[in-house]
Design a binder for this molecule. Sequence first.
Ligand code: CP
Ligand code: NVA
Length: 310
Amino acid sequence: MAVLMKGKSLASLRDLSREEIEEILKTSELLKLQNLRGQDHPLLKGKTLAMIFEKPSTRTRVSFEVGMWQLGGYALYLSASDLQLGRGETIGDTAQTLSRYVHGIMARVFSHQTILDLIKYSRVPVINGLSDFSHPCQALADLFTIYEKKGKLSGLRFAYVGDGNNVAHSLLYGCAKLGVNITVASPKGYQPHPEVVSYAKDEAKRNGSEVIVTEDPIEAVKGADVIYTDVWTSMGMEKEREERVKTFRPYQVNTKLTRHAKVDYLFMHCLPAHRGEEVVDEVADSPNSVIFDQAENRLHTQKALLALIL
Ligand code: CP
Ligand code: NVA
């Protein structure tokens, strides 16, 4: 049966069913192939996307902008501080106004509530381009990358080592929904949100996989097909940096740690990386590393998402 997603917003991967995620991955494969062959695919001709940024970005901004252009549409970069939002106009009024001009809104925000408010007041689909709670577009690209490299998802062993942050939350949802076994190793006080873990555990059970949260990075990495890490200090948490660097030191992904994984493990990172902190060059630049494939796949998976929902 066809999966219909027109008009759907994406705050977190929790909002998508397994079938919907699979449809996005299937569409990504097709669009990536068309792109490689230089075939035009103007699926969003005449459509526009407003992109609100409260935080900096390299990958998200460029991949959405280029993606809309490749689909025959147009994307507008809107820095939150240049919008009237910066002078106190409400999110509700902003969402209602933008809905009169554009076909979709993508937003990168500090508070996840801002995404939920945009969705509440907008008449057009809203995509979360990263909030303090989740980063669904990243996880879609990551799952697609794993599928490309390993030829399957279900049954693989995925180890996330580091901060139980927005990226970890999205990977927990995504892995659980697609039957990937996921173990998250984070220090006490920095583990993923208990509600996310408990939802992911239920989903995983339904899909024949397992979700484990531990403080032990070696336990997580043992026999892993994928090792994933992210920065120890996310955007907006800069004041905690010094303390975090100390706490997370034993969670660095280095050659000693990766020896516990399968020989053909994939090293993944959403980027930007703080080399020398959460990962060392020797791992990030090793043949096991697929970090730039992940970055590239942001383009293909977001184009698929846009084509399906706008
Ligand atoms: N991974 C990611 O979202 O990168 P940017 O912050 O550069 O957009
Ligand atoms: N967890 C990081 C991801 C950056 C893409 C952050 O929120 O800064």
